[in-house]
Write a protein that binds this ligand. Structure first.
Ligand SMILES: Nc1ncnc2c1ncn2[C@@H]1O[C@H](COP(=O)(O)OP(=O)(O)OP(=O)(O)O)[C@@H](O)[C@H]1O
Ligand SMILES: [Mg+2]
Length: 435
């Protein structure tokens, strides 16, 4: 069997989880991570190239004769890494720059949804502050104001008062606090209901929908406090009926991919719609054009089929030949974060207990903000410590026969792990179990 040399671009828990899954493929050869983290060194080799250094990545891929590249974060996709690789005849998984607009331009995605009659919040796009104010003056509050471009998850403001509307529009359109990402704003109707995520593998025409999942975006329990990159995920969602799942598949995912195809902008890669389950049915809050983090850590625990087989089939437009199978179990991931995150936090705290946690059945610990640090010790000489190196440090994932069992197992494992200031939410999956 021909082994493939693989490059995985990115450095978070998502990249560790994809690497973990890919490494189980009999077709996986050497695996490289650019730049990776301390966890990915157990699977492959980290190389010191950033996800956005596309020229350097191409040079590396040519030099090392990499067979397949997986570009996981949003920014290289928005920079056109897939187009750049294809121009060089290099094999890569993901959407083109034009198709990735579904994520990196909210103005594009909202206009796309409107054109193709996809269910989403009523909206208007503005570039001018005064016009935006005039529009919001006629609308009821709260109202949602979004910088159109990539803003590290900070570009969405739910304004409760006219003053907040004014400040948000001034920040984005006048003061340019998000830079060019705020050249356009989307102003949209405020929706309510449970939020869910789903993903689909797409070869452009055929797709395969994942089970549904749910992230927990807020730092605090009961969904209070500041937004984060995600504090924990569960899948599949016990409250999503098979009818609703079919609706999401047929009315949202299939229609989105069909719309892209008919616009001459086929979407290959991972389509990840963020949905709100309103009383009027599921509505699309946003699209992402890549694997979610930390959804991926949970999804990879459930995926049974060889991920390389799926990725290769997507690239070759043969996804209909592959049967994508998921374990008939539940999974969850609890994020362990640095104290102070998503505000200021300290790095370099020694992490203990991961081997003990991973000795437990059904547990895998994915690294996110971690690194190995060399220290001089008078007793032991030179030694290496695993230390914290980011806001979200680890993702403790578990599988179980149902969601309660998976959650209980994950929280048991969390108890074994420690670093100074470690913070995590104790209510991941709680609402889903109560719904
Ligand atoms: N129309 C809306 N009504 C109510 N809440 C909304 C609406 N649009 C967005 N939100 C809230 O704001 C959050 C972020 O919005 P959105 O997903 O569009 O932004 P994003 O910055 O692309 O997020 P992500 O980092 O998840 O990709 C949503 O998860 C949801 O909680
Ligand atoms: Mg998004």
């Amino acid at each position: 069997m021909q082994k493939q040399k693989i490059l995985i671009i990115g450095s978070g828990g998502r990249e560790h989880a994809i690497g973990w899954k890919v490494s189980q493929s009999p077709r996986a050869g050497e695996i490289y991570f650019a730049p990776g983290n301390a966890g990915t060194t157990k699977i492959g080799t980290n190389i010191a190239i950033k996800a956005t250094e596309i020229d350097k990545l191409i040079e590396f891929v040519k030099r090392e004769k990499i067979d397949l590249t997986l570009a996981l974060p949003d920014d290289p996709l928005a920079l056109g890494i897939v187009d750049a690789f294809r121009t060089e005849n290099l094999r890569i998984f993901g959407p083109t720059k034009s198709a990735a607009q579904l994520e990196y331009s909210k103005a594009f995605s909202k206009n796309f949804m409107k054109k193709h009659n996809l269910p989403t919040a009523r909206f208007k796009v503005f570039t001018n502050f005064d016009e935006a104010i005039r529009y919001t003056d006629m609308e009821t509050l709260p109202i949602v104001i979004k910088a159109s471009g990539l803003a590290l998850g900070k570009g969405v403001i739910i304004a409760q008062t006219r003053k907040e509307v004014h400040l948000a529009l001034e920040d984005i359109l006048v003061k340019k606090v998000f830079g060019e990402a705020g050249n356009e704003v989307v102003i949209e109707e405020f929706l309510t209901g449970p939020e869910i995520s789903t993903h689909a593998f797409s070869d452009g025409i055929n797709f395969s929908l994942f089970p549904t999942s749910q992230d927990h975006k807020k730092i605090g329990e009961n969904d209070e406090g500041l937004n984060t990159g995600g504090m924990g995920t569960i899948a599949p969602l016990p409250f999503v009926s098979s009818e609703l799942y079919e609706d999401i598949k047929n009315k949202i995912v299939a229609e989105t991919l069909k719309g892209m195809e008919s616009d001459g902008n086929i979407f290959e890669g991972i389509l990840y719609p963020g949905l709100m389950l309103t009383t009027a049915g599921p509505k699309i809050l946003e699209y992402n054009a890549r694997f979610g983090d930390p959804e991926t850590q949970t999804y990879m625990r459930l995926l049974e089929t060889d991920l390389l087989d799926i990725v290769d089939a997507c690239i070759d437009h043969k996804l209909s030949d592959v049967k994508v199978k998921w374990k008939d179990m539940s999974a969850c991931t609890i994020i362990l974060a640095s104290g102070g995150y998503p505000g200021n936090y300290e790095k370099g705290k020694i992490i203990s207990g991961i081997p003990e946690a991973e000795q437990m059945p059904n547990i895998v610990v994915f690294h996110a903000g971690t690194k190995m640090e060399e220290v001089e010790d008078s007793e032991h000489g030179r030694m290496e410590n695993l230390v914290t190196n980011g806001g979200r440090v680890l993702g403790v994932s578990a599988i179980g026969e149902n969601l309660s069992v998976a959650l209980a197992t994950a929280y048991e494992a969390v108890k074994k792990i420690n670093f100074e200031g470690m913070y995590y939410r104790k209510d991941i999956g709680k609402k889903a179990l109560e719904l």
